[in-house]
Design a protein around this ligand. Structure first.
Ligand SMILES: *Cc1c(COP(=O)(O)O)cnc(C)c1O
Length: 500
């Protein structure tokens, strides 16, 4: 039986569908499967497979309780006609950086890489909810600092059996991000600004999930709360596909031969994106090395250098907000696998982290990690210079998150056994037009949409229509609440969902 269990205990195995529905294990650990890698993808066939064929193979291997026709439906709903590129995640060669390619993950509806997972999760969730026999509907509740909220809204809008409520900190997201959320269509979506910062909203969402009385009231109406958080295996697994898709494109372009090793450099926050690369390696993709790229919040890089993870440090708000993270949740899964599936150890380390703010691993475990993962980080001057130098050398525009990766990749020696280096690009530069235009030394008008125009004219690139057309769209949501009112807001939205 292919089951998932917590990183912290093997006691309660669940099916893949249950793991998706629950999101997080009851003991606070993350769901993992010891069968990872038992099914290998045949890389000799990759060159003949398009993105959807690869996604079907990956999901079929890791979610074996979904039927073939369910997987087909999920993959078609997620990736047919939803991304603006035929390749879904196209690979682009950088002309002046030898053997270096960029995998553009941002051609989905919200122009951020989270679309790849969040276009699939709602369909996986609907299927899981229907098949686990629960007569419940699921209300997704998310606090966002900007990107996740919109990608989750776009994914869950009108998803059968699901509703979604998103909270964002009032006045603390960019004009583009705010409009992206407040113009969201769909009968099952709610968007609300919160008087407070992201951490206030996030902490309250955690309290709402832990509110037993609320859960019981909603249960009697047939509603369960869940999250679209990046620790859900339904978000992690769809991301494995694009590592194989990058390799397939390199093969088709005759840049590598079948079996050649490739290294990937990944702008990292919660460690979900890069962990998917590790899963791909375990499933047979020839990966020589995975390079973690951090911004000034470089807790992971310190860990790779010392073996000590210490979250008690200054938090920096940077130009790459989606990487401003001190607790990289998915790192726990990496610790599980690299320690040889040692639940007791992971449980101990996570306990140390929550009690003392840090943990340390043995030299042996650190060496095992370092044999696969390398890393570096960029401060904000380096990010800005990376945007400029990538443009000057390659005539290629990158966003600040991707720029952290570009800085790290270009300042790291290529692995001798890597035939190609692939930088994962996690957002369209037009999501952050001001930072990008400033880095290129352009004049920036106060309005972000005017900045987009400046960027288009100066670089000859085109902003995604979904972003440039935002000012013309009708804002549907004007709700603003105090933190203390969020609980009631969720209950109201959930009861509305029950009525539908
Ligand atoms: C979420 C995000 C990241 C970080 O990805 P993780 O999976 O959390 O490591 C990087 N860049 C952008 C633009 C993002 O939205």
């Amino acid at each position: 039986m292919f089951t998932y269990h917590s990183t912290r205990s093997e006691a309660f195995p669940v099916t893949p569908k249950e793991a998706i529905q629950r999101g997080i294990a009851p003991d606070g650990g993350l769901f993992v499967s010891d069968a990872l890698g038992e099914t290998q993808l045949d890389i000799s066939q990759l060159a003949n497979m398009d993105y959807r064929a690869i996604a079907r193979a990956v999901m079929g291997a890791l979610l074996p309780d979904f039927t073939e026709s369910q997987i087909n439906r999920v993959v078609d709903s997620a990736y047919r006609g939803t991304f603006t590129s035929e390749e879904v995640t196209p690979l682009v060669a950088l002309e002046s950086d030898p053997d270096t390619y960029v995998l553009e993950l941002y051609h989905g509806p919200t122009s951020a890489f989270k679309d790849v997972a969040l276009q699939a999760l709602p369909h996986l969730m609907s299927c899981a909810v229907a098949d686990t026999g629960a007569s419940e509907r699921v209300m997704i509740v998310t606090a966002t600092s900007g990107d996740t909220g919109k990608a989750a809204l776009a994914g869950f809008a009108d998803a059968p059996g699901c509703g979604i409520t998103v909270f964002y900190p009032a006045g603390k997201v960019s004009a583009v991000q705010k409009l992206q959320m407040t113009t969201q269509e769909g009968a099952n979506v709610s968007v609300c600004a919160v008087e407070g910062n992201f951490d206030d909203a996030q902490s309250e969402v955690k309290r709402i999930f832990a509110d037993r009385a609320l859960a019981e009231r909603l249960q009697s109406e047939g509603i369960a709360l869940s999250s679209a958080n990046s620790i859900n295996i339904g978000r992690l697994i769809p991301q494995v596909s694009y590592y194989f898709a990058a390799y397939a494109q390199l093969l088709r372009a005759h840049k590598i031969s079948c079996g050649d090793a490739v290294e990937f450099c990944v702008p990292t926050g919660n460690f979900g994106d890069i962990l998917a690369g590790y899963y791909a390696k375990r499933m047979g993709l020839p990966v020589s090395r995975l390079i973690v790229a951090s911004d000034k919040n470089n807790v992971l890089i310190d860990f790779l250098n010392t073996g000590t993870y210490d979250k008690d440090r200054e938090f920096f708000t940077t130009t790459s907000p989606s990487m401003d993270i001190l607790i990289s949740s998915n790192f726990e899964r990496m610790l599980y696998y690299l320690s040889g599936n040692d639940c007791a150890l992971v449980s101990q380390l996570m306990d140390d982290l929550s009690r003392t703010g840090s943990y340390s691993v043995s030299q042996e475990l650190l060496s095992a990690i370092r044999a696969i993962f390398d890393g570096g980080w960029a401060d904000e001057d380096e990010v800005s210079r990376a945007i400029r130098s990538c443009w000057e050398k390659n005539r290629y525009v990158i966003d600040p998150h991707t720029a952290c990766g570009y800085h790290v990749l270009t300042s790291t020696e290529k692995c001798p056994d890597s035939a190609a280096r692939v930088l994962l690009s996690t957002a369209s530069p037009y999501k952050f037009p001001r930072v990008v235009a400033q880095s290129l030394g352009l004049f920036c008008p106060p309005n972000d949409f005017a900045c987009m125009d400046v960027l288009q004219k100066a670089t000859g690139t085109t902003a995604p229509t979904a972003l440039s057309s935002l000012p013309a769209r009708e804002e549907r949501f004007h709700d603003v609440r105090e933190v203390a009112q969020m609980n009631a807001y969720v209950e109201r939205a959930a009861l509305d969902l029950a009525q539908h």
